[in-house]
Design a protein. Structure first.
Length: 185
């Protein structure tokens, strides 16, 4: 879909985790500057895509148009608890079909996780915004992407044709940065 720009967003620990062993994003991985960066990006997005255990949990979240990736439906279905959301099973319908169902044909699509959802779009990202908290470690945590136990998030992004841009410091005191990884050529 040529008028869509697909962007990914995640903050990871030094060991590439987006959540702890209980699959919960711990407070030590939450930084106000990263939250502001993330919120601003989502406010500009035409559509948010995430798994059923992910979400941004912000006051204006229910107003955002979204796709929830799940195996609980065969293809596409309305979300009974949110009129702005569509349930999508990638095994039963294409991404183009779910965008059509959501009425989104142009703009930025923000992919916000979890790991399997990020994996669905690895070869489609225009930009992936990788925020890093190098002082945080989450042993036994949930990797941000499939394959992170064998490779770093950066190696996985590079293997899928993305190149790192200039990192931007979000929180100097905690060394939190965000790096845009953009599709080559």
């Amino acid at each position: 879909m040529p008028d869509l720009c697909i962007e990914g967003y995640v903050i990871v620990s030094a060991d590439g985790m987006l959540a702890n062993a209980a699959h919960v994003m711990p407070d030590e991985l939450k930084f106000e500057a990263d939250k502001q960066f993330f919120t601003s990006a989502l406010d500009r997005a035409a559509l948010i895509v995430h798994g059923r255990h992910s979400g941004e949990g912000q006051p204006n979240s229910p107003q955002r148009k979204r796709i929830i990736v799940t195996r609980t439906v065969t293809a596409l279905a309305p979300n009974p608890s949110n009129p702005n959301a569509t349930l999508w099973n990638p095994a039963g319908a294409s991404f183009e079909a779910v965008c059509d169902r959501a009425g989104v044909r142009a703009g930025t699509i923000a992919i916000i996780g979890g790991p399997d959802v990020f994996g669905l779009f690895m070869d489609r990202y225009d930009t992936f915004w990788l925020s890093q908290a190098p002082r945080v470690r989450l042993p036994g945590g949930e990797p941000c992407f499939p394959g992170v136990s064998a490779q770093s998030p950066q190696q996985i992004l590079a293997a899928h044709g993305l190149s790192a841009g200039e990192p931007q410091i979000l929180d100097g005191a905690n060394e939190v940065s965000v790096t845009p990884w953009r599709r080559r050529g």
